[in-house]
Design a protein around this ligand. Structure first.
Ligand SMILES: [Ca+2]
Ligand SMILES: [Ca+2]
Ligand SMILES: [Ca+2]
Length: 213
């Protein structure tokens, strides 16, 4: 049983119906401490550009199984456009795409499951022998523990995060330009919330019917 969901449903039933309309998809964490949502939450990602020598792929993983991709966000179909200019620039759709060829991709994060983003250059061209080619957006998942992603939140109407990776390609050079995406959440209703709505609605109808008699 999911505690967050249980308390949400209890809160809905106990609270007024006014509270129901103001249910944001709350992120308990969305950053280098981890990615964790209190309700099922769809996040829309967009690839911006890459500046790394590796040929990398960006995956979503669960923190408990950090080497096992659960979803593929964006793949570098070639390592870069030009090696000498623009610091190994990669662009979509030129060299980088989502699996369906798009420059955007979305994923529904399940409530209460901790996720991370894995930038994986394993087994790809240009990877030095002493590197395993993997970095995670969650600091503690990196070995040794280190920050390999920066999350910056833009206070615009859309409320987008920009996420910039440092892939350790030239050692820990901390350039944070090797792979850059944006992330934007979309509120989606949960089955548990809908069930709660039905329950409250049914109870109100019953009370009205009784009063009418
Ligand atoms: Ca770089
Ligand atoms: Ca690259
Ligand atoms: Ca780097």
């Amino acid at each position: 049983m999911n505690l967050a969901k249980t308390s949400t449903v209890l809160g809905l039933v106990a609270g007024s119906t006014l509270a129901l309309s103001a249910m944001p998809a709350e992120a308990a964490s969305f950053g280098t401490d981890g990615i964790l949502f209190e309700t099922d939450t769809k996040v829309d990602f967009e690839f911006l550009e890459s500046h790394g020598k590796f040929q990398s792929t960006l995956f979503i993983v669960e923190a408990d199984a950090k080497d096992t991709p659960v979803y593929t966000l964006f793949t570098e179909n070639e390592a870069y456009i030009m090696p000498e200019t623009d610091d190994f620039l990669g662009l979509c759709p030129d060299t980088v795409t989502a699996p369906n060829g798009s420059c955007t991709n979305g994923f529904e994060f399940k409530a209460g499951v901790e996720y991370s983003l894995l930038l994986d250059s394993m087994g790809k061209p240009n990877l030095p022998e002493d590197s395993d080619g993997k970095v995670w957006s969650t600091n503690v998942l990196n070995e040794p523990v280190s920050q390999q992603a920066m999350f910056s939140f833009e206070e615009t109407d859309s409320g987008k995060y920009t996420i910039r990776f440092d892939d350790k390609g030239a050692g820990p050079d901390a350039d944070f330009n090797d792979f850059t995406i944006t992330a934007e959440t979309t509120d989606i209703p949960e089955p548990a919330t809908l069930a709660g709505l039905g329950l409250v609605g049914g109870a109100l109808a019953l009370i009205r019917r009784r009063k009418a008699h």
